[in-house]
Ligand binder design. Structure first.
Ligand code: ADP
Ligand code: MG
Ligand code: ZN
Length: 241
């Protein structure tokens, strides 16, 4: 965004202040880029992905499989508001650097532009670390405080499932989140570097089921539509295309 750009509605703060019927001061996000960016931050989108959109997601990448289908499915999900009507969930399995986090950020950006803010984005490993940090006596937050938005968001995005060290405890946290949301028909979008079969050049030979456990893999089958992307690591390609 150019520094000169001036939003007359929010004065580049991203927020519009107004008084409600009772005279209380309320702030709502502006519909300009400043407002969108501050909302994306609040939802938890990492700094590096704040500018990711469907428009800047390329699909014509040599040797890539599944990019176009992934983009189309997720774009329709937003435009047709399937997250509301069908409570559709997705499991995005993809090789490293194939654009999984970018696509999730694009979904969130598009939803925010439509005025839908009840979304929460977490990196699974970071979530586990945050929960662990509440176990210390010095912590002001409880595990329940951390989990509240994860459990209750209208749409939850769990990025990079499987990147954590798999323990009985991490499986249990994941099971609690999925079961809670499954029972209330709340949609999730989950990304992972793990597949259900051997993929050439994949990160490891370990499958998703081995990684998250058979119980959770079958719950994911029940809940989610699978999306598969096999593509070169975009970080390596960036300067070449
Ligand atoms: N198809 C694509 N078009 C444009 N940029 C992409 C594409 N795929 C990945 N990128 C960019 O490459 C980097 C790595 O993508 P990322 O979404 O982090 O991959 P993953 O989450 O699958 O490991 C990011 O900066 C992202 O914006
Ligand atoms: Mg990622
Ligand atoms: Zn504005």
């Amino acid at each position: 965004m150019s520094e000169q750009f001036k939003c007359l509605k929010c004065n580049n703060t991203g927020w519009i202040l107004f008084k409600d019927e009772q005279g209380y001061q309320i702030a709502k996000p502006c519909d300009c880029e400043y407002g969108i960016t501050s909302t994306l931050r609040r939802i938890g989108i990492p700094e590096k992905y704040l500018k990711c959109s469907f428009e800047n997601f390329k699909i014509n990448i040599p040797k890539a499989i599944g990019l176009k289908q992934a983009k189309t499915l997720l774009y329709d999900y937003v435009q047709l508001e399937l997250f509301k009507s069908k409570k559709q969930s997705f499991l995005i399995k993809g090789t490293v650097g194939s654009g999984k986090t970018h696509l999730c950020a694009a979904v969130v950006r598009e939803l925010v532009k439509k005025g839908y803010y009840n979304i929460y984005f977490v990196d699974f490993k970071e979530l586990l670390d945050e929960i662990k940090s509440t176990f210390s006596y010095a912590s002001d937050l409880s595990e329940a405080d951390i989990l509240f938005p994860v459990l209750n968001a209208g749409l939850l995005i769990i990025d990079d499932l499987g990147s954590e060290r798999n323990t009985e405890w991490s499986e249990d946290v994941f099971a609690r989140i999925l079961n809670y949301r499954y029972n209330r028909d709340l949609p999730v979008i989950i990304t992972t570097n793990y597949f259900d079969r051997q993929i050439p050049n994949a990160l490891t030979e370990e499958t998703l089921e081995e990684r998250v456990g058979i119980r959770m893999r079958s719950r994911l089958y029940e809940m989610c539509r699978d999306i598969e992307i096999i593509a070169p690591d975009f970080r390596m390609l960036k300067n070449k295309i």
